[in-house]
Design a protein around this ligand. Structure first.
Ligand SMILES: Cc1cc2nc3c(=O)[nH]c(=O)nc-3n(C[C@H](O)[C@H](O)[C@H](O)COP(=O)(O)OP(=O)(O)OC[C@H]3O[C@@H](n4cnc5c(N)ncnc54)[C@H](O)[C@@H]3O)c2cc1C
Length: 348
C-alpha cells in the first residue's frame, strides 16, 4: 500500500513507523509549524489518575500506557537514540479533605491493572527523600507505575527508525492541491482546521514554564501531579517544567504571554521556595482537541483517514494508536474497537 501522511507530530510519525514495519510504502510530510504540540509537550505517561469518566478514552489511554515499555525498548534499539523514557513513578498531591477518597479512587484502578503499580500514601520524610526541594505542605501519594518521556526526543527517535526502515520524510508543507491517488492520512494537529473534515478540530494554547532547581541535581525524579491541573516534570539534571495553561483560542500565535508567565510563576512558588528556583524560559504548544475531547480515529472518505484531537494525553496515546491504525489499514485485527473513535454523534 502507498500511503501519504500529512503531519509529522507524534501521531503521524507513530502511524508511519508502524506502517513501514508492516511493509507499507509511506511518505510523511511535516512542515514543523511553530506551536507543534509534540515539541512543547511535558511528557507524562500516567493516565490512571485522571477523574475523567469517559470509558472509551480510558480504554485507549490505559492500553496505550501498557504498550509504552515494549514500544520504547524496541524503538531505542532500532534508532540507537534515547527517548528519555523513565518509569520513575508519579507523586500526587492533594488537599487534606479529599486525600483518603482520592487514594481509594486511584488504588481501585490498580486492583485489576498491574501497570498502575503500587499506590501508597507517603510520609513527609518519604516525600522529601523522593523530591527534596518539593513542599511537604500537601498530603502525597505515589503511583509507582507512572512514567515520563521527552516528546522531542521520542519524535526524533521515531523519525530516525522510520527512515531506517525505508520511510520517506519530507520536511515541507503538503499542499492539498497535490493530485496523486495515494491513500492519505491527515494527522495535522491544531492545523486540522485547514482540511474541513469532520470532526471539527479546535485547539488550546498550552504554556509551560521551564525552570532550574538550584538545590537539586538528580538523575531521575518522579513526575509530580500537583493540585488542580498543575504538574511538574523533571527533564534532566537540574532542569524541570511546570505546566500548564489551557486557553481555548482560534489564534496560532505562539508568543509566550505575561499572564501565563505570572500564573505559572505563582504556581511554581506554591511548590518550591522562590530562592530554590530559576525560571529559564516559556514554551507554547497548540493542543488539538475535538468537541468531545475524545480522539478521532477513522475514515472521512474511502481514500482518506484522519487521526486528530489527541488532546492532553496525545503523547501517551500516539504510539499505541499508531500500531492500531497500521493494523486496521492492513486488514488485521485491532485490540480496540476503532469504531468507538470514528464517531459523528456527541460522545459521553
Ligand atoms: C504544553 C503541552 C504539554 C503536554 N503534555 C502532555 C503530557 O504530559 N502527556 C501526554 O500524553 N500528552 C501531553 N500533551 C499532548 C500531546 O503533546 C499532544 O496530544 C500530541 O503531541 C499531539 O500530536 P499530533 O501529532 O496530533 O500534533 P502535533 O504534534 O501538533 O503535530 C502536528 C504536525 O502537523 C504538521 N502539519 C499541519 N499541517 C500540515 C501540512 N499541510 N503539511 C505538512 N505538515 C503539516 C504541523 O507542522 C505539526 O508538525 C501536551 C501538549 C502540550 C501542548
Amino acid at each position: 500500500m502507498n500511503i501519504t501522511i500529512i503531519g509529522g507530530g507524534l501521531a503521524g510519525a507513530s502511524i508511519g513507523y508502524h506502517l513501514v514495519k508492516m511493509g507499507n510504502s509511506v511518505t510523511i510530510y511535516d512542515r514543523k509549524d511553530k506551536g507543534q504540540a509534540t515539541f512543547a509537550s511535558a511528557g507524562i505517561v500516567c493516565p490512571w489518575i485522571s477523574q475523567r469518566r469517559n470509558k472509551k478514552w480510558y480504554r485507549l489511554v490505559t492500553k496505550s500506557a501498557h504498550y509504552y515499555p515494549d514500544f520504547i525498548s524496541t524503538l531505542e534499539k532500532e534508532s540507537g537514540m534515547s527517548t528519555g523514557y523513565k518509569n520513575s513513578g508519579a507523586i500526587c498531591l492533594f488537599k487534606e479533605n479529599i486525600f483518603d477518597k482520592a487514594t481509594k479512587r486511584i488504588s481501585d484502578k490498580a486492583v485489576d491493572n498491574p501497570d498502575v503499580g503500587q499506590v501508597r500514601q507517603l510520609t513527609k520524610e518519604e516525600l522529601s527523600a523522593l523530591h527534596p526541594a518539593l513542599t511537604t505542605e500537601y498530603p502525597a501519594l505515589i503511583v509507582e507505575g507512572g512514567g515520563q518521556v521527552r516528546g522531542q526526543k521520542l519524535l526524533a527517535a521515531i523519525k530516525e527508525a522510520f527512515i531506517g526502515l525505508g520511510g520517506r520524510w519530507e520536511e515541507k508543507s503538503y499542499e492539498n492541491s497535490i493530485d496523486d491517488d495515494t491513500f492519505k492520512i491527515y494527522t495535522t494537529g491544531a492545523w486540522g482546521k485547514e482540511q474541513k473534515y469532520k470532526p471539527e478540530i479546535a485547539h488550546q494554547r498550552a504554556e509551560i514554564m521551564h525552570f532550574k532547581l538550584l538545590t537539586q541535581k538528580v538523575q531521575q525524579s518522579p513526575v509530580v501531579m500537583a493540585l488542580g491541573p498543575t504538574y511538574i516534570v523533571h527533564l534532566e539534571n537540574d532542569k524541570y517544567v511546570i505546566g500548564t495553561t489551557h486557553i481555548d483560542t482560534d489564534s496560532f500565535d505562539t508568543e509566550p504571554s505575561e499572564e501565563s508567565y505570572n500564573y505559572l510563576r505563582d504556581e511554581l512558588y506554591k511548590y518550591f521556595k522562590p530562592e530554590d528556583v530559576e525560571i529559564t524560559e516559556m514554551g507554547v504548544g497548540l493542543k488539538p482537541y475535538t468537541r468531545d475531547f475524545l480522539p478521532f480515529i477513522g475514515y472521512v472518505d474511502n481514500n482518506t483517514f484522519v487521526v486528530n484531537g489527541m488532546g492532553s494525553t496525545g503523547l501517551t496515546a500516539s504510539p499505541f494508536v499508531g500500531k492500531e491504525v497500521a493494523l486496521l489499514l492492513n486488514g488485521m485485527p485491532t485490540e480496540l474497537d476503532l469504531n468507538d473513535y470514528s464517531y459523528t454523534e456527541p460522545q459521553n
